[in-house]
Write a protein that binds this ligand. Structure first.
Ligand code: DC
Length: 225
């Protein structure tokens, strides 16, 4: 049985998941996993192989066949395809537009879930995404849901030089039939609208440390019985 700790950080686009997940991972010495990058890698690969993104059978077949591996370097896990991590390519507006379409396909989600669960073999994780607390690691005791108002999120994307219809992507991510974006049971909700990354990550870290200390106390009490 896997004994590693998984911190699940879900939330809307541009709510600060990546920044917070990186800061939390660095502070705790855990490994950071960006599952959005995995979905983006598949979307990029479909575009690269000229697979019709609306063709669920073709996308699912590609996902079954593609040659991938997980690589852990520094405190990050990346999904490689044909031995390559398309770091820059997956951030284009073409991939951003395509990704939430293919992320709705059940076979794609099944494949991603298995791959994401495999990441736990590398150690303690901070995993960010849309369904980590609800679907990928529902057994996690450390669940967080990040959100911010649409004005603030749009500002953040624009500051990164990215123009995108966040509301449309949120709608597709929240309304798909399979593992939609929602608050996991027991998740702590963090609204990052008025918080700096230091403030929001400090809240998350404090909560994790509190829950870890509670667990330790419980185990100690059990051992003494
Ligand atoms: O976090 P991101 O913007 O890089 O994610 C890209 C897309 O991938 C997002 O629109 C929805 C999808 N995604 C998902 O469905 N489930 C996840 N766990 C992570 C991302």
């Amino acid at each position: 049985m896997n004994q590693h700790i998984v911190i699940a950080i879900d939330g809307t686009s541009a709510s600060g998941k990546s920044t917070n997940a990186r800061m939390v991972a660095r502070e705790l010495g855990y490994i950071h996993v960006d599952t959005g990058a995995m979905y983006r890698t598949l979307a990029w690969y479909c575009l690269h192989k000229k697979v019709d993104l609306d063709d669920v059978k073709a996308v699912s077949a590609l996902c079954r066949r593609w040659k991938t591996s997980l690589e852990c370097t520094g405190n990050q896990i990346h999904l490689l395809v044909d031995g390559y991590f398309p770091d820059k390519e997956i951030r284009t507006s073409e991939v951003t537009e395509a990704v939430s379409h293919i992320a709705a396909f059940q076979k794609v989600r099944d494949w991603m879930k298995a791959k994401q669960r495999e990441c736990a073999k590398f150690g303690n994780l901070v995993m960010e995404g849309r369904d980590i607390g609800t679907n990928v690691f529902p057994e996690s005791e450390f669940k967080f849901y990040l959100d911010a108002c649409i004005t603030e999120r749009s500002k953040r994307r624009a500051a990164d030089g990215v123009q995108e219809n966040l509301a449309a992507r949120d709608q597709r991510d929240s309304q798909r039939a399979s593992a939609p974006l929602m608050v996991a049971l027991g998740a702590m909700i963090v609204n990052t609208s008025l918080l700096t990354p230091q403030e929001s990550s400090a809240k998350i870290i404090a909560e994790i440390r509190k829950r870890l200390a509670d667990n330790e106390q419980r185990q100690l009490a059990k051992a003494q019985m």
